[in-house]
Design a protein around this ligand. Structure first.
Ligand code: NAD
Ligand code: DAU
Length: 346
């Protein structure tokens, strides 16, 4: 089986690529990635020489290139993760999100539709999406697979749009698809623009921790390897033309999470308790900031037997240890354009 994984040099994609390359030596894995600021082949050095792994540097916005790659390699299945993924960047440059997340997804859908035989025997278009398409929750309730889409940021609107096109290709052209909508991931190799790695990096360097608004926003956190395992299960056993929600059963208000992170970092760095908390700085809120996300992952649990394998405390400790042990990775990704981004954003 030839599997095209897009965005495999990014955070979640690299964990998915590693899992598939290691677990399925009989599959050929093609990692297609444009290597934007968020893509980093250092994430995959441990598997880059494996005979069932191939890297293709390409942009999903380039339809001619995508078509010729489908022609050349005859991919059987697609796991599509490539995207612009950061909400704050989508507020600054929404069109970049429409290009990659909507048009790029359309290019892949069209290439799959045009190159696969009409009975789509042994084909699958697996689209990786987010819980943000559902908008925001109040104090109570959970997002289920039947919650209406109600996206609030340019990022989530672009992801919602791509989800709709995937579903529409299933209805209109019979394209076999699966969509999974996952909550906030954390873990090794996450670019330090997202809350947890950004704050780990700032604590190491004694830089302020910029908490948006009152800090009382809630996210449902999932360890990235548990997401990769869920993707493996849905890819192999998921019902075609259906969607699954994936979440951590793990809601945290940002400020409580940040305080926990500060406490663990103080211990790891041998600093006095309370040192990192002093770095917390409340700053102007993110526009359109969704108050609360929380996933009901009952369907994937019941149908596919998936549940998270690590507690938040375990996952956070593993994550912090990874960043402390991989300072070179952190230094590499925070050199160059990162400073410019940071100064403009904060
Ligand atoms: P990321 O930003 O870390 O990685 C994205 C990858 O896509 C990078 O390697 C980048 O180089 C590549 N890419 C971007 N534009 C491209 C283009 N035009 N052509 C080819 N490659 C391109 O993102 P992530 O956090 O790993 O997210 C992966 C996917 O999972 C995204 O679709 C995202 O919407 C979704 N998702 C993320 C989370 C999360 O918490 N991070 C949660 C749920 C869903
Ligand atoms: O829910 C899934 C989504 O989670 C994914 O689809 C996105 O790709 C991913 O980026 C993530 O989106 P969030 O906006 O929830 O993640 P982020 O890490 O940017 O922010 C988490 C929370 O922390 C959010 O309430 C905003 C807040 N925050 C974030 C940053 C970067 C701060 O208070 N300060 C910050 O500097």
């Amino acid at each position: 089986m030839k599997i095209l994984i897009t965005g495999g040099a990014g955070f979640i994609g690299s964990h998915v690529v590693r899992l598939f390359v290691n677990k399925y030596p009989e599959y050929e894995i093609f990692n297609l990635d444009a290597l934007t600021y968020a893509g980093n082949l250092e994430n995959l050095v441990d598997i880059e020489d494996r005979s069932n792994y191939h890297f293709i540097k390409a942009d999903i916005n380039n339809i001619l290139e995508i078509n010729s790659l489908f022609e050349k390699y005859k991919f059987d299945k697609v796991i599509h993760l490539a995207a612009e993924s950061h909400v704050d960047r989508s507020i600054k440059d929404p069109l970049a999100f429409v290009k990659t997340n909507v048009i790029g997804t359309m290019n892949l859908l069209n290439a799959a539709k045009d190159h696969w035989s009409k009975d789509y025997k042994n084909n699958l278009f697996y689209h990786i999406s987010t819980d943000e398409v559902y908008g925001t929750l109040g104090e109570t309730g959970l997002f289920t697979e039947s919650t209406s889409y109600d996206p609030n940021s340019p990022y989530s609107a672009s992801k919602a749009s791509s989800d709709h096109f995937v579903r529409a290709y299933g209805e209109t052209y019979d394209l076999p698809y699966i969509i999974t909508n996952c909550s906030n991931n954390y873990g090794p190799n996450q670019f330090p623009e997202k809350l947890i790695p950004l704050f780990i990096n700032n604590i190491i360097d004694n830089i302020n921790l910029p908490v948006y608004g009152d800090g009382k926003y809630t996210r449902d956190w999932l360890y990235v390897i548990d997401h990769a395992v869920a993707i493996d299960l849905a890819f192999h056993n998921g019902k075609l033309k259906s969607t699954y929600n994936i979440g951590g059963f793990n809601e945290w208000q940002n400020i409580d999470l940040v305080k926990l992170l500060c406490d663990i970092m103080d211990v790891k760095l041998g600093r006095d308790k309370g040192t990192s908390e002093k770095l917390i700085t409340y700053i102007k809120d993110r526009p359109g900031h969704d108050k609360r996300y929380a996933i009901d992952a009952t369907k994937i649990n019941k149908e596919l037997g998936w549940k998270p394998s690590v507690t938040f405390e375990e996952g956070l400790e593993k994550t912090i240890d990874w960043y402390l042990n991989n300072k070179k990775w952190l230094d590499n990704v925070t050199s160059g354009d990162y400073q410019k981004y940071y100064n403009e954003q904060y």
